[in-house]
Design a protein around this ligand. Structure first.
Ligand SMILES: Nc1ncnc2c1ncn2[C@@H]1O[C@H](COP(=O)(O)OP(=O)(O)OP(=O)(O)O)[C@@H](O)[C@H]1O
Length: 242
């Protein structure tokens, strides 16, 4: 069974990841590298460990054992699992962006405030953060909607806000969990185009959980999980159309 998925120039290297919930082995000895500047899809049946792997790679949840190492350009390697809670939170805010199925946007805030928040938690003053947020939203086709609250935007527009928030900080890696799962196929395809442009199109990396093979085929590489193990590691010939 395939379990070792190493590449050169990895931005993230995970080794021997184990994570159990009771008798369930959500991650059962995973070794994987994510190459800088590439899009990697994680597929597999329900309960195979996709979200658990995404959360472990992003330092959201710690594995029971194993290591996750982040190699950012010009910086010393960082062992994510060796950091305390606040250092991991800081790392996530600065180095990673997140796009989830339901956006996880703050409904009481406007689109520009939601995006600006990602900068403000990193210490950028509000006025400068709002200016950069507005620019990011406009680049993603949301000009004129910057001051709408989240509930006043369509599902596709909300996901654009989530993408703007994920990349406005200059995140090196964007993690996405079913980013188009709640959208119709046309809107989903548009959102996926934007997600690709904002990540691999700008030399960043994308790690994306999806059940949709067509979505996965837009990535450079598809990892398939089964029972907490990587059972296939396939290169996608045409690569992403970013
Ligand atoms: N907090 C938790 N408590 C108990 N079991 C959990 C927890 N989180 C995940 N699991 C279990 O670990 C296994 C892997 O879960 P995970 O969410 O990673 O799967 P998945 O492949 O993302 O599934 P889906 O496609 O349904 O979202 C499942 O059997 C799940 O029930």
């Amino acid at each position: 069974m395939l379990q070792n998925s190493y590449v050169s120039n990895p931005v993230i290297s995970a080794r021997r990841l184990l994570r159990s919930y009771g008798s369930t082995h959500a991650l059962n000895g995973i070794d994987v590298d994510i190459a800088a500047g590439t899009a990697v899809a994680i597929m597999g049946p329900s309960g195979s460990g996709k979200s658990t792997l995404l959360h472990a790679l992003a330092g959201i949840e710690l594995p029971d054992s194993g290591t996750v190492t982040l190699n950012l350009p010009g910086q010393a390697p960082v062992e994510v699992d060796g950091l305390g809670d606040s250092a991991r939170t800081k790392l996530r805010r600065e180095a990673f962006g997140f796009v989830f199925q339901s956006g996880l946007l703050i409904p009481e805030l406007t689109a520009e405030e939601n995006v600006a928040m990602a900068l403000m938690v990193n210490g950028v003053p509000r006025t400068a953060a709002i200016a950069r947020a507005v620019e990011a939203l406009q680049q993603l086709g949301l000009a004129g909607m910057e001051q709408r609250r989240i509930g006043q935007l369509s599902g596709g527009q909300q996901q654009r806000v989530a993408i703007a928030r994920a990349q406005v900080t200059g995140a090196s890696v964007v993690f996405a969990d079913e980013p188009t799962g709640a959208l119709d196929s046309v809107t989903g395809s548009e959102v996926l185009d934007i997600l690709m442009q904002c990540t691999v199109g700008m030399g960043k990396s994308l790690v994306m959980v999806t059940h949709d093979r067509q979505v996965a085929q837009r990535c450079h590489r598809i990892l398939t999980l089964q029972d907490g193990k990587i059972t296939a590691d396939d290169s996608v010939v045409q690569g992403p159309r970013s």
